[in-house]
Design a binder for this molecule. Structure first.
Ligand code: HSE
Length: 350
């Protein structure tokens, strides 16, 4: 059976959840999918690095905060570049953090891996939003795949739906609710809870970031709109091309007024092709008619609607965050890599 050796870059919630899936469900997945997964390297800023060419025993690492120093093949030093470039493996699963201004350090991680001829799956928005086209070109030059389903709506299949399931349709626009924190807060404003209290709740429930600015001011959605515009509509947008307004000025009274008029306030990220082929992209609160497909998306749920010529609006709804949900995005990327390369192998050696 085909086996893929993985390097996990970052060993926080997401890659730990992926390790948990591999440790707990590896045999079931191999039987269903036709390939096995083995982790041969992990690099993490806090835990250090761990390299085992014969495969890492994951289960002991999943109880408590791991520290790799002292383990065979382990070091307190993350040795990130050395692990990514130097350790033989097939796929690099990148789940560190990203700076929305330049996409680093995730961007370098992705570049190093592609340059070393390794497939990459990442959950990071920065590299995809800011450099998606260049990274795809780099992957093609090296004959490998660059997959990033988790960069929009975690494991809910948005990018792959557009690329695969909507193939053959003309997609003229995309709009969505792409931030669970702000959607949760809007729901609580509708319940009469005031804004600061609703933010605190979203933080306590683990939806909002420790600093919720990017959630409530729309910057998190801005990156997702860039990704959708660039990956699905073929635009080449930069951050300045996507206007942003968040939800911080909305109040319970605004919610009541909207409800009285059959409307619901939502933070909508959208990108639409104009007649001349350019793309209009924005993030802003919009009072949607209650019958709009996005109006009924409540709580931390997310949804994206594609506007197509033959089907009209096609909407995908599901979780937009969460460690297990995002780990599933990485697994779905690995499945896509397998499917693409299994087909290539077959056509070469067939
Ligand atoms: N904090 C984000 C949200 C998830 O609330 O949807 C990561 O983009």
């Amino acid at each position: 059976m085909t086996r893929y050796d993985l390097a996990l870059i970052g060993f926080g919630g997401v890659n730990r959840a992926l390790a948990q899936l591999i440790a707990g469900r590896g045999d079931e997945l191999a039987a269903e999918l036709g390939f096995a997964l083995r982790v041969v390297a992990i690099s993490d800023l806090r835990a250090g690095s761990l390299v085992r060419a014969d495969g890492i025993d994951l289960a002991p690492l999943l109880a408590g905060e791991p520290a790799f120093a002292g383990l065979p093949g382990g070091s307190a030093d993350p040795r990130t570049e050395q692990v990514i470039r130097g350790v033989p493996c097939d796929i690099v699963a990148e789940a560190t953090f990203t700076n929305p201004a330049d996409g680093e350090p995730a961007l370098s991680h992705v570049r190093w891996a592609l340059e070393a001829g390794k497939h990459v799956c990442t959950t990071n928005k920065g590299p995809v939003a800011l450099h998606g086209r260049a990274l795809r070109r780099l992957a093609a030059e090296h004959g490998v795949s660059f997959e990033c389903e988790g960069s929009v709506l975690s494991g809910t299949p948005v990018l792959r739906t557009a690329r695969r399931l909507l193939a053959g349709l003309r997609i003229s626009g995309v709009e969505g609710i792409m931030n669970g924190t702000s959607n949760y807060i809007l729901g609580r404003l509708e319940d009469g809870v005031d804004f600061p209290e609703a933010v605190k709740e979203a933080q306590a429930l683990g939806y909002a970031e420790a600093d919720p600015t990017a959630d409530v001011e729309g910057f998190d959605v801005q990156l997702k709109v860039m990704i959708l515009a660039n990956e699905v509509l073929g635009a080449g947008l930069r951050r300045d091309d996507v206007s942003v307004r968040g939800i911080a000025r909305l109040t319970p009274a605004d919610m009541r007024d909207a409800a009285a008029r059959g409307l619901r306030w939502k933070l909508v990220g959208s990108a639409a092709l104009r007649e001349d082929g350019t793309v209009d992209a924005r993030v802003a609160p919009v009072a949607l008619p209650v019958e709009h497909p996005l109006a009924s998306v409540s709580g931390p749920a997310n949804a994206v609607s594609f506007h197509t010529d033959l089907l009209g609006a096609v909407t995908v709804s599901g979780p937009g965050a969460g460690r297990v949900e995002t780990a599933y995005a990485l697994l779905s990327d690995i499945i896509a890599i397998h499917q693409r390369h299994a087909v290539l192998e077959e056509s070469l050696h067939g």
